[in-house]
Design a protein around this ligand. Structure first.
Ligand SMILES: *Cc1c(COP(=O)(O)O)cnc(C)c1O
Length: 412
């Protein structure tokens, strides 16, 4: 008997095996890969005694701006706080409406609620899993203040169309680029199209600091406000004060801000990974291309699309399980078959997940806004019929071959 080892996302069942040297392959949905050098980098702030936001945060921010082409980068505690802070800094408040895709992580909608706003969902395009821009304008009312496009799974939303509508109706754009590392449209990195872009460093994302987030903006005025708001509204950061002429005097506070500062311990880890940022994206794209080729002939599995002009960052590898076309009648049937398939894959050592969730189907939003699955049919289909296969940099060829084999044994 093997000891019960818990691989992240993939509980290994106790199994009888013939040869103890060849345990059954278990491929998790994602696995954090840090080099020994990157792990060592975390020790420097601990030894220096400067643990909170300081020189390492500044270094991480500079590397982030260089990689994304953003004018300004502001590190915070998560993508959720990045979204919250960005909307707050722009002046979004009670009674204001924000348009949010119905298929995204719940945090995109939650921050609107946190600020007393109203969430207005818009359905997605089932091909890209991103906002259906053809429906966007019909969601705009006199109270609409912001659009929160999501670059889901590493594919940029249609920013040309979204920017056009935002300009026409004088709306703010806060990009949810949580999964957007390496995602570009016509060579331009996401997070630089709207007023602000928000990234996540949760371990499921391509660069990780445990928990953490980054805001990018092209506006120096907004950047200054964001830097103040993340730090209790202080006119000057602790580091600036300590390096200044009179470090013993406290700063003034022009705003009632928040504490959303990243620590230098986290930033040291993030900054170290930025040294191989391009390599991480290329490796993920290479793994995705191997899957694309292997599954090209399957009618019942639609692999991720990447339209002309787009570069996909492949935060994950979201597919659509489609043994038949998704309609309100067929979705429950497809969902049942997908769940059974996910179970079979897990038994065969392949961990999978639904790509993400339809937020309008989650209890809080369903009840508060009296919503039905069919109100956003594509988000419903994505919720019930999507499946993400394991993809992470550091995935071995043997692991990927195992996933491919296990997918291909399933007959249409
Ligand atoms: C991961 C994710 C978030 C939340 O990021 P945190 O850093 O965990 O707060 C928000 N939106 C999307 C689309 C995500 O995938």
């Amino acid at each position: 008997m093997l000891p019960g080892v818990l691989l992240w996302g993939c509980p290994r069942k106790e199994v009888e095996i013939v040869n103890a040297n060849t345990p059954p392959m278990q491929v998790p949905i994602a696995r954090t890969q840090l080099s020994e050098d990157e792990i060592q980098c975390v020790l420097a702030p601990l030894r220096s005694g400067w643990l909170v936001q300081g020189p390492k945060v500044r270094e991480f921010e500079e590397k982030w701006s260089a990689f994304t082409g953003a004018q300004h980068s502001i590190a915070v505690t998560s993508c959720t706080t990045a979204l919250h802070l960005s909307l707050a800094a722009l002046g979004f408040g009670p009674g204001d409406e924000a348009i949010v895709p119905a298929f995204t992580w719940i945090a995109t909608a939650n921050v609107v609620e946190h600020l007393g706003g109203k969430v207005v969902f818009c359905d997605i395009d089932l091909d890209t899993f991103n906002l259906d821009v053809a429906q966007l304008e019909s969601k705009i009312t006199s109270r609409t203040k912001a659009i929160l496009p999501v670059h889901l799974f590493g594919l940029a939303a249609d920013m040309a169309a979204i920017n056009y509508l935002a300009k026409k109706h004088h709306l703010w754009i806060v990009e949810d680029a949580a999964c957007g590392f390496g995602a570009r449209y016509k060579g331009q990195h996401v997070g630089t199209f709207g007023d602000a872009g928000c990234f996540s460093f949760h371990p499921r994302k391509s660069i990780t600091t445990g928990e953490g987030g980054m805001i990018t903006t092209q506006s120096s005025e907004l950047a200054e406000k964001l830097r103040r708001l993340r730090d209790h509204g202080a006119a000057m950061s602790d580091l600036q004060r300590h390096l200044g002429a009179r470090p013993y005097l406290l700063a003034d506070h022009p705003d009632a801000g928040y504490n959303q500062r990243m620590t230098d311990i986290q930033a040291a880890l993030g900054s170290a990974q930025m040294e191989r940022a391009a390599e991480i994206v290329t490796e993920r794209q290479r793994l995705a291309a191997v899957y694309d080729r292997a599954f090209a002939g399957l009618s019942w599995l639609r692999t991720p699309v990447c339209p002309e002009g787009y570069e996909h960052g492949y935060q994950s590898y979201p597919c659509l399980f489609q043994p038949e076309a998704a309609t309100p009648e067929s979705i429950p049937r497809i969902n049942e078959a997908r769940n059974k398939w996910m179970d079979d894959l897990l038994q065969a050592g392949v961990s999978t997940r639904p790509a993400t969730h339809a937020v309008h189907m989650l209890t809080y939003y369903r009840e508060k806004y009296s919503l039905k699955p069919v109100d956003f049919p594509n988000a419903w289909a994505a919720n019930d019929c999507s499946i993400s296969l394991p993809l992470f940099h550091g995935m071995t060829a043997a692991e990927q071959e195992h996933v491919i084999e296990q997918v291909l044994v399933r007959k249409a």
